[in-house]
Design a binder for this molecule. Structure first.
Ligand code: HEM
Length: 506
């Protein structure tokens, strides 16, 4: 009898210890929802209602077929600007509602962080950097932002020498070239030179062996990060297939290359103060050297500079490649750009001059809107919070976001929302930007405290190359039988069919 009583009271105690916190949590959530007038968002009708694996399958297939973002777009069209899915057994909120984007990026910035699982997956390669959260991010951000601001206006001479080499490598006889790989080489050299003070010389006929090794190792190491992020719960499988060894080898090679540059920067900046304007070494800004004035620990410095190299690697070249992709299909826009660039005559292409070329900016914005690179921004709520819109059948009520819930901002889908851009949303029309000042409905560089620090640099560099090309060539013809843009995911999303064009001087 006594034993039964003990068993019953133990069972009750166990049940209570499980149920009470749940009940308490439910009451807490109910109170927040009531206070803010929250309603549930529309739920994606999963076949697998427990893990949501059907969505993962759909996305994997779509990615293979080059229609990852089209799939997203169709889901937003069907379920509205905000819907909830089940991701790895937990709710995840997708949204393209500009007010929600503003909330996550700026108004409730402190309520969101990076995905801790993603940070963990990439940490052996990237370590703590601007891509981290909290004080590490804050420190890195404070250091990087002014370097970009100063470099933007001081750096064009050095871009010019790389651009000269790039122009020489284009066929002058009007024959076809896939210009995307050449653009990758150009901007790899430009960004390595700006970040590390050492170009990879990938536009030279003889590419140095250490540069090729670095490039290949980086690609492999980054692919390993993507695999680990995708593996989620199943990361142990990567160990089983012994892929870790290869991955470690790849990222160690990258570290070795970066460490060589870090050593040089520490040596050359040993006597310089953090706020010193004169590097005493170069006339232009090298990000690593500027960072080295502040961070003297070589390992910390390695991760900080790698953190900036990662987003720099292919993004600008894809933006310019995508613009040429569109211009090859819209010769009238090329002609308009050429007229503007010829009117510049021999005027030096200064930062201010390039910034004043408004129509070039419209063309770039329209390209980025139509085909990227702009994808998704992924955040996780670090505390209970609320999105202003997306709840209820009309999606006009606030939505409760529990701590730990991922919120994915579909910036690509927002750029293809008929409600924002009109029925011609899929057409390339730079003129739609005339007189338009985008707010939160167009954030390819994101917004708020974590806005891309390179935004102005990217636009300036891209416009510079477009001016040089349109000044030199009268026309650019499309040589690709496939008219539409098909995406491919390598390290970023880019054109699967490349950018096959012919530059014509008459
Ligand atoms: C077309 C080109 C580019 C686009 C569309 C772009 C877009 C973005 C976006 C959307 C973010 C926010 C990501 C997030 O918080 O999850 C971001 C952050 C960042 N980007 Fe870019 N980017 C471009 C080029 C570059 C380049 C060339 C560099 C470096 C030279 C760069 C450096 C960074 C850094 C360091 C961050 C992190 C900022 C922070 O978290 O405070 N980006 N970029």
């Amino acid at each position: 009898m006594e034993l039964v009583a003990i068993l019953v009271s133990t069972a009750v105690a166990v049940a209570l210890s499980i149920l009470y916190p749940r009940w308490q949590r439910d009451a807490e959530v109910r109170a927040i929802k009531k206070r803010h007038g929250c309603k549930d968002p529309i739920k994606y009708p999963h076949e697998d209602k427990v893990l949501g694996s059907d969505m993962v399958r759909l996305r994997t297939e779509a990615m293979k077929e080059g229609r990852f973002f089209k799939l997203y777009e169709s889901q937003f069209e069907k379920y509205g600007r905000t819907f909830e899915e089940i991701w790895r057994g937990k709710p995840l909120i997708n949204t393209t509602e500009p007010a929600n984007v503003q909330q996550v990026a700026a108004l409730a910035f402190e309520d969101y962080g990076k995905d801790p699982e993603r940070l963990k997956a990439q940490s052996p390669f990237y370590g703590p950097s601007i891509f981290s959260d909290g004080p590490i991010w804050k420190h890195a951000r404070g250091m990087v932002k002014p370097i970009f601001a100063r470099a933007e206006i001081s750096d064009l001479d050095h871009l010019a020498s790389f651009a000269d080499r790039f122009m020489e490598l284009l066929p002058q006889d009007g024959s076809m070239i896939d210009v995307q790989p050449l653009l990758h080489r150009l901007f790899l050299d430009v960004s390595m030179d700006f970040l590390f003070g050492k170009s990879l010389n990938s536009l030279q006929p003889e590419v140095p062996a250490d540069c090729t090794e670095f490039r290949e190792a980086f690609t492999k190491a980054q692919k390993g990060v993507t695999q680990r992020r995708e593996a989620g719960w199943f990361q142990f499988r990567l160990h089983r297939y012994n892929e870790d060894k290869d991955w470690k080898e790849a990222y160690t090679k990258v570290h070795r290359f970066v460490d060589g540059q870090v050593e040089r920067a520490l040596r050359e900046t040993a006597d310089l103060k953090p706020d010193s304007d004169d590097t005493g070494i170069r006339r232009r800004y090298v990000l690593l050297d500027e960072m080295a004035k502040e961070i003297r620990d070589p390992i910390a410095l390695r991760y900080h500079v790698l953190g900036v190299f990662n987003p720099a690697r292919d993004t600008t070249s894809i933006a310019v490649g995508n613009t040429l992709f569109q211009l090859a299909r819209h010769p009238d826009v090329w002609a308009k750009l050429r007229q503007i660039s010829l009117e510049l005559g021999d005027a030096p292409l200064t930062f201010e001059k390039l910034k004043s070329l408004v129509y070039f900016r419209h063309v770039l914005h329209e390209t980025i809107r139509v085909c990227g690179p702009a994808a998704r921004v992924w955040r996780v709520a670090v505390r209970d919070t609320v999105l202003p819109l997306g709840g209820g059948p009309d999606q006009k009520s606030p939505v409760f976001v529990g701590r730990g819930t991922p919120v994915v901002l579909g910036t690509w889908s927002m750029n293809h929302d008929k409600g924002i851009w009109g029925d011609d949303v899929h057409e390339f029309k730079p003129d739609r930007w005339i007189g338009r000042k985008p707010l939160w409905e167009f954030v390819p560089f994101f917004g708020g405290p974590r806005i891309c620090p390179a935004q102005q640099q990217v636009l300036t560099y891209a416009i510079y190359i477009l001016v040089r090309l349109t000044q030199k060539f009268e026309r650019m013809e499309n040589c690709d039988p496939v008219f539409e843009y098909v995406e491919r995911f390598s390290l970023s999303f880019e054109s699967r069919n490349g950018v096959k064009v012919a530059f014509k001087t008459s």
